[in-house]
Design a protein around this ligand. Structure first.
Ligand code: PAF
Length: 282
């Protein structure tokens, strides 16, 4: 595996490699865990060349404390990437990616206006900025993203459409710890007591599947919020049940064929997100 720090070097390497076969890109912010590994393994299986970027992108953080405390574990990350058979690890500095401020504003539309878009102003524009740069530098055939950030995938699809990128966006299922907690780089910031309580998020979402069969959308939202909030450290920021394509909240189960419940919960000061798909109504 080669570690690449500059855009010029990345482009030069991939220009040479492109004729030899397909390129799979896995964008990450590092602090890699088994969830990332599952994306990398899939990329490895489906492409001749695998590029993983490791870059904590400042423009997508609307909270300076979140950016400052985001875990950075480059040595462990590169060991994991080497072990996983990655060809190129792209690990640039902030100055390399943003030699000057990126002032682009993407017209991301309604998919970016709700949930994370409403709670974290500017977040998705920052995601669009970095992912469009990575797409441009790498020009991959496929790019891999985890479904834990369900709304992010819809936003990236929209950005790719706006920018005319002919790249297959591959969404990959959430990887979970044995107790159900969705794997996240932020989990390492949980205290042992918080870590013990955190699986209640997934447990409650799963419980809501049967609850939903004889309750309304509104009642199901209430159930999830009240249940999670009844545990110590836990404070739900939002729970929305949305159409899986448009990300628009539904009010009736028959409003969509594919409903997804998306939750954000503060466990202490660690912001955790998760989601669940509700089966189609007969
Ligand atoms: O999901 C993430 O880790 C980030 O938002 C991404 C896609 C790597 C862009 O910085």
């Amino acid at each position: 595996m080669e570690i690449i720090r500059t855009v010029a070097e990345l482009k030069a390497k991939l220009d040479g490699a492109r004729e030899k076969g397909s390129i799979g890109l896995v964008p990450t912010m590092g602090a890699l865990h088994a969830g990332h590994l599952s994306l990398i393994q899939r990329a490895r299986k489906e492409n001749d060349i695998v590029v993983v970027s490791v870059f904590v992108n400042p423009t997508q953080f609307n909270n300076p404390n979140d950016l400052a405390t985001y875990p950075r574990t480059e040595e462990a990350d590169t060991a994991m990437l080497r072990e996983a058979g990655v060809d190129y690890a792209f690990i640039p500095s902030v100055e390399e990616i943003y030699p000057e401020p990126d002032t682009r504003q993407f017209d991301l539309g309604p998919v970016a206006e709700v949930m994370e878009g409403a709670m974290r102003p500017g977040h998705f524009n920052g995601v669009a900025q970095i992912v469009s740069k990575l797409f441009d530098f790498t020009r991959p055939n496929r790019a891999y993203f985890g479904e834990k950030d369900f709304q992010q995938i819809a936003v990236i699809r929209r950005m790719a459409e706006l920018e005319g990128f002919d790249i297959e966006i591959v969404d990959c299922p959430i990887k979970r710890e044995d107790d159900g907690l969705a794997m996240s780089s932020r989990n390492v910031r949980l205290t042992p007591e918080q870590r013990e309580v955190a699986p209640v998020i997934h447990r409650t979402l799963e419980g809501s599947l049967s609850w939903a069969t004889d309750h309304t959308v509104e009642q199901t939202k209430r159930y999830v919020i009240d249940e999670i909030n009844s545990f110590p450290f836990m404070q739900v920021e939002y729970y929305e049940i949305v159409d899986a394509l448009t990300m628009q909240p539904i009010t009736d189960w028959n409003d969509t064929d594919s409903a997804v419940g998306c939750v954000t919960v503060f466990c202490g000061d660690v912001r955790l997100i998760d989601n669940i798909k509700y089966p189609k109504r007969k």
